[in-house]
Design a protein around this ligand. Sequence first.
Ligand code: UT7
Length: 332
Amino acid sequence: MSALKASITGVAAYVPPHKLTNAMLEQMVDTSDEWIVSRTGIHERRILKEKNLATSDMGAEAVNQLLEKRGIDPKEIDLLICATVTPDMPFPATANLITDKCGLTNAFGYDLGAACSGFLFALETGRRFIESGAYKKVIIVGADTMSSIINYSDRNTCIIFGDGAGAVLLEPSEDPTIGIQDSILKSDGSGVNYLHQKAGGSLNPASKETVEQNLHCVYQEGKQVFKFAVSGMAGACQDILEKNELSAEDIDWLVPHQANLRIIEAARQRINLAPEKVMLNLHKYGNTTAGTLPLCLAEWEDQLKKGDKLILTTFGGGFTWGSMYLTWGYSK
Ligand code: UT7
């Protein structure tokens, strides 16, 4: 095992100002505030409305804030990985655009696509670069402009998703009790049919027909995804506790992917964790895909203390899912 641990030493997030409330959705599709709140827990989401702004702009906002908070020169950053399924364009990578916008002139960057698990998978990747000793300062961004791939006449999907971005800094920790301790990450491509974007890739390149049929938008069979999400996320939480001989009392915070309050509640109950230990902000932001975990960490940063034990967990398209056990790197 590596002597070095990778520790989160800063976090920041950005959500666009425009709010899309349940009342506004009631005017757009056949739904109700009561249905959305009782089935998902979501009250409103943020939407990136401004023309000419995209995922890299939200990512850059979060990264600039992070660097400013930590007083770090952008030139010190070695690597930036951006987890997203809504890149500004197929190429170049959104990570490259963020490094340029933030002046990270000594960093290389690339994108990682694992849908709602993207941030967790990218965190695992960044962790290994730090543990190997190759790099000292790695930024992991989770950012998605879901509004760019949502069909706002499809009530199955438009009620869930929102836009947002977050970023964390990873640095080496000499203290083995601080930093990322363990992870369990899974993917199963046989879940593709339940949650995907039908067109715009090499299988179905963009055409007049694909646009007319809204095939560039998210397609989801919610009920099926829900079932897999409950067993995947709850199982991943239980497994990581058992693997590390932890009980619910040892855990300070659960940081779950914010897709549906009922999925989060199932995971919490599986590990018998007290409700007040769960980070929840989906009522304000909905499901921001790769943005959900860093949006939570940024919001709870002031309450986190050095050494706090956190379980991060996700489930998303792919299917992709997993959990991570880490101890927090600093007190504010
Ligand atoms: O983050 C990536 C992974 N994604 C997820 O984790 C999402 C997982 N899935 C879900 O969160 C839920 O399945 C949804 C929120 C998408 C849907 O909730 P549900 O409780 O599974 O509803 P359902 O799809 O089973 O539909 C139940 C009923 C249906 O009516 P009938 O057939 O019972 O008459 C739907 O037509 O609710 C209807 N319905 C709606 N009604 C009002 C579906 N969407 C809506 C809506 N407003 N927006």
